[in-house]
Design a protein around this ligand. Structure first.
Ligand SMILES: Cc1cc2nc3c(=O)[nH]c(=O)nc-3n(C[C@H](O)[C@H](O)[C@H](O)COP(=O)(O)OP(=O)(O)OC[C@H]3O[C@@H](n4cnc5c(N)ncnc54)[C@H](O)[C@@H]3O)c2cc1C
Length: 386
């Protein structure tokens, strides 16, 4: 197929598409190759929670990245709407971290969280039982309280992907579905082309944004860092009316209310390889959790259930930057549980890097190199040709 674009993005999930969007908006000719139809994997499956943050007060690189990305969502959503007419469902619905019992352990969990949020400048209020039930009257009466995050937001993943795909098409991005990238062809410290079943595709720069499958592309280049799939399951309930307005979080589980009344109940974290099936055990647990918190859900229809493969990284943080040793190969992967949330900032910083600009915010903490400095790590680099 020959020279395809200035930049070829490998993977059309939320990370690859957002990167393509920002690159294309900056005037570059961009193509996105996906091994199937884009936007079908983890990015489709996610719950779409966007936790708020305070870019000025965030004390860690990952805290800053998340805070900046959350702050970018309203503008990105508006741009996509103006460009395509598609509403991605972004809404600042607010969220509550629930205290599920009066136990000492549970009180301590919430207290520690509150301390952490205050240190990061997060806007977050303590709710006693009365205040909690004023906000969400259908919650189980015995729930003792929680923390209220008025700025927590959500996006409807399938709508957001639809908007991104339409925006990319509108900006002239070439979408190449059913083109699995199999290998890189290198010359003089650069990638000159990628090999697909249909031939090779050349470009001036390449971005690996292949989610949980990114390790397959890195390995032949000498990088075995341990990007791995982490299955997450979701149960979709439809009570036929609106029972909940805020996102409810209970540690790593959650209930996410959609505006029309449907409620997503999640989730699991499972290391089962590339197996994307749901299980009865997970659905039973999620169903019980939902009814424990919102007893009226006992009558809700179980409308759907699905699973997705999150791209896990050895330290749970994303990998953003240039692949060392290759001048024109970049990576944006390993976003684990925050890929939707982190997609605007990831797309922006990779676009800046590819165009020779300094990424803002800085991404030094997220390079592949960090795995080289921890040879003791079980999932650390097993070998490197660098
Ligand atoms: C149940 C669940 C709930 C979640 N909830 C949230 C949430 O509330 N908030 C949040 O921020 N995040 C959430 N996430 C995480 C988020 O969905 C992911 O971090 C994010 O979607 C990762 O995006 P991605 O583009 O890297 O990967 P993917 O969406 O998996 O996309 C990767 C793409 O690369 C393609 N590909 C792979 N290999 C190749 C190849 N060799 N050649 C060409 N193409 C290739 C794939 O076909 C795929 O389209 C959730 C995930 C799950 C599963």
């Amino acid at each position: 197929m020959g020279h395809i674009a200035d930049v070829l993005v490998i993977g059309g999930g939320v990370i690859g598409l957002t990167t393509a969007y920002y690159l294309s908006r900056a005037g570059l000719r961009v193509a996105v190759a996906d091994r199937q139809q884009p936007g079908r994997e983890s990015s489709w499956a996610g719950a779409g929670i966007i936790s708020p943050g305070n870019p000025k007060r965030a004390s860690t690189p990952i805290g800053r990245l998340k805070a900046v990305s959350a702050a970018m969502f309203p503008e990105l959503s508006q741009e996509l709407r103006e460009l395509t007419g598609i509403d991605n469902g972004y809404v600042r619905c607010g969220g509550i971290e629930l205290q599920v019992s009066p136990d000492l352990w549970e009180r301590r969990r919430l207290a520690a969280l509150l301390q952490q949020e205050r240190a990061e400048g997060q806007s977050c209020d303590v709710l006693d039982s009365e205040a909690l039930h004023r906000l969400e009257p259908h919650l189980a009466p015995d729930l003792p309280g929680g923390l209220h995050y008025p700025e927590m937001a959500q996006v409807r993943n399938p709508w957001h992907l639809k908007a991104l795909l339409a925006a990319c098409a509108r900006l002239g991005v070439r979408l190449l579905p059913d083109q699995p990238v199999e290998a890189f062809q290198q010359h003089a410290g650069k990638v000159v082309a990628v090999k697909t079943a249909e031939g090779s595709l050349s470009a001036a720069a390449f971005v690996i944004a292949s989610g949980a499958w990114s390790e397959h592309l890195l390995e032949p280049l000498g990088w075995r860092i341990g990007i791995h799939p982490v299955r997450g399951q979701i149960l979709l309930l439809n009570p036929g009316r609106v029972l909940l307005r805020h996102i409810l979080q209970i540690g790593s589980d959650y209930l996410v209310p959609r505006t029309e009344g449907r409620i997503l109940v999640g989730t699991t974290e499972e290391r089962v390889g590339f197996d994307c099936r749901t299980t009865d055990a997970a659905m039973d647990r999620l169903g019980r959790l939902a009814v424990r918190l919102l007893p009226s859900l006992a009558d809700a229809a179980r409308e759907n259930a699905w699973a997705g493969l999150r791209p896990g990284s050895p330290d749970g943080k994303p990998i953003l930057g240039r692949v060392p040793g290759l001048d024109n190969l970049y990576i944006a992967a390993g976003h684990f549980r925050s890929g939707i949330h982190l997609s605007p900032v990831s797309g922006k910083v990779i676009s800046q890097l590819v165009r020779g600009e300094r990424p803002d915010p800085p991404i030094d903490a997220f390079g592949l190199e960090r795995f080289l400095s921890r040879p003791d790590r079980p999932n650390g680099p097993k070998r490197s040709t660098l």
